[in-house]
Write a protein that binds this ligand. Structure first.
Ligand code: UDP
Length: 330
């Protein structure tokens, strides 16, 4: 398949590009490089530095590259920013996705893969999260993902388009070999921050809340390897052959880890201490979020290869250790 990977220079997109190549598909990357890194895209992959909201150029690329499937990873993901500047998130995550879908219609491309998030389910949902829970996001970011999910519901009904929606839990880890990995600016995610402390780039870190109703009082999350996420996306391709199909999958390992367990594992894997201070709870954090991925297992025959938090952190450590400044070192 010829696959246009929008946001293919980002964290999850760049891993997906390599998985697509390994599975015998032909990825083409479109990225505006606002958040993405050119160095994360392999030399032998066609790269278009274009904004996904530029419908005329996107449509031309879809035709010229003979694209069969569009995978869309390009989103602003910072929850705090989405609350301070919701229109920025709505414009990028919703308005530009509508523009992209229109460009696809214009070019006659009708298969779509969308990266959503478990945040669409909100704080009332009780884990493990299944796909049929109601959409109740509590942030503007989560709402933008929920909005696109609803838009896809109507588009698949109206236009015969087929779409697969993947709701990620905590995407983490890096490709084997340490050549590509996570490089966000600013970094807000737990594993890379703990690793930056282990590397001595930060003196210490903060643990946001230790009186949650969980075994050690810190939040439980479902950390799932980025290559496992990518493999699930590709496994859905055959199901998109049927017109008008809308598929939704929650992707996680189903085994949660606490913040303190993550810090301890980073210490074990790196061999360095990770000092921390206790800090107040972070607004919007739910005590526990983990996936019921039974649907992905049965319909896509998907099982995460990285089943333990240690195996995930080992890959993240290999990337950060060899690229302490991220893609600046690439
Ligand atoms: N967290 C923390 N200190 C940090 C960053 C994150 O204690 O410096 C906690 C956060 O409160 C949450 C968990 O780690 O309970 C995972 O946070 P992250 O931002 O990585 O992902 P999220 O679950 O918010 O998508």
């Amino acid at each position: 398949m010829n696959v246009l990977v929008i946001g293919g220079a980002g964290y999850i997109g760049s891993h997906c590009v390599r998985q697509l190549q390994a599975a015998g598909h032909k990825p083409v990357v479109l990225d505006n490089l606002v958040k993405g890194h050119r160095a994360s895209v392999p030399e032998d992959v066609t790269f278009h530095e274009v904004d996904l909201g530029d419908a005329a150029t996107v449509s031309k690329i879809l035709k010229k590259e003979n694209i069969d499937i569009v995978m869309h990873f390009a989103a602003f993901i910072e929850v705090g920013e989405s609350m301070q500047d919701p229109l920025k998130h709505y414009e990028n995550n919703v308005a530009k996705t509508v523009s992209l879908l229109k460009a696809m219609r214009e070019a006659g491309v009708n298969k779509f893969v969308f990266s959503s998030s478990c945040t669409v389910l909100g704080e009332e949902a009780k884990p493990p999260f299944t796909e049929n829970m109601p959409l109740r996001p509590i942030s503007a970011y989560g709402q933008t993902k929920a909005d696109v999910e609803v838009i896809l519901h109507y588009c698949t009904k109206a236009y015969g388009m087929s779409a697969a929606i993947f709701r990620y839990f905590n995407a983490s880890g890096a490709a084997e070999g340490g050549m590509i990995g996570e490089d966000h600016s600013p970094e807000s995610h737990l594993i890379p921050i703990a690793i930056q402390v282990a590397l001595g780039q930060r003196e210490k870190m903060m643990v946001f809340g230790n009186d949650y109703p969980t075994p050690d009082g810190t939040c439980l999350r479902d950390y799932v390897h980025v290559d496992d996420l990518s493999r699930a996306h590709i496994a859905a391709f055959p199901l998109l052959e049927e017109e008008g199909k809308l598929l939704t999958y929650n992707l996680g390992t189903g085994t949660p880890a606490s913040v303190l367990e993550i810090i301890k594992t980073v210490e074990d894997v790196s061999g360095h201490p990770v000092p921390y201070d206790l800090a107040p709870k972070r607004a919007g954090d739910v005590p526990a979020a983990y996936a019921d991925s039974a649907k992905a297992k049965s319909e896509l025959d998907w099982t995460p290869k990285y089943g333990t938090i240690r195996s995930i952190i080992e890959t993240a450590w290999a990337w950060h250790q060899s690229h302490p400044k991220g893609y600046e070192d690439a």
